[in-house]
Design a protein around this ligand. Structure first.
Ligand code: HEM
Length: 141
């Protein structure tokens, strides 16, 4: 496929992780089941991120190893993997067997840390696409 699949898939983990962190923070101030919603969003985000990572690795393979963009792409990959790990730990901490429970302070802290790394990875993505033009096809139209 000529069109990169990676940008199509990244919206799912970004949206669900972001909303999960918001739900986690809100759960600090309410006794409602919002913490459970955060857990469901984390499950979706953590799984869809694996699909995004697979397609990201394909895009990474297309970048010239000698181009300056490769360093930024590697930084993007490392930051997103750290983000994934923080979110996965946050999910693990709120699991009781297969049941999702209201997140504790530690689970919420990991969720916030995951979000911080997600934003840092986003900064690198901006550089990759808008500064280095990675993934952009220049046609003659
Ligand atoms: C092994 C992990 C990953 C690698 C190696 C990787 C690599 C890349 C590369 C090479 C690009 C530039 C080419 C393109 O735009 O398609 C890119 C863009 C991007 N990546 Fe990743 N990525 C990974 C995981 C992720 C994940 C999990 C997310 C989301 C949570 C993500 C979000 C993005 C976004 C938003 C862009 C910019 C898309 C655009 O505007 O065109 N990446 N990534």
């Amino acid at each position: 496929m000529k069109h990169p699949v990676h940008p199509m898939l990244v919206h799912f983990p970004i949206a669900t992780w972001f909303l999960a962190t918001i739900a986690d923070i809100v759960s600090l101030f309410t006794n409602e089941q919002i913490g459970w919603i955060g857990g469901v969003l984390l499950v979706v985000g953590t799984i869809t991120a694996l699909l995004a990572m697979t397609t990201g690795l394909i895009e990474l393979g297309k970048i010239d190893q000698h181009s300056p963009a490769i360093k930024i792409a590697n930084q993007h990959m490392i930051l997103i993997m750290i983000s994934w790990s923080f979110y996965a730990v946050s999910l693990f901490l709120r699991l009781n067997g297969t049941q999702l429970e209201q997140p504790g302070l530690l689970a919420i802290s990991f969720s916030i840390a995951g979000f911080i790394f997600l934003c840092s990875a986003g900064w690198m993505e901006g550089k990759l696409v808008y500064e280095y033009g990675v993934g952009i096809y220049h046609n003659k139209a």
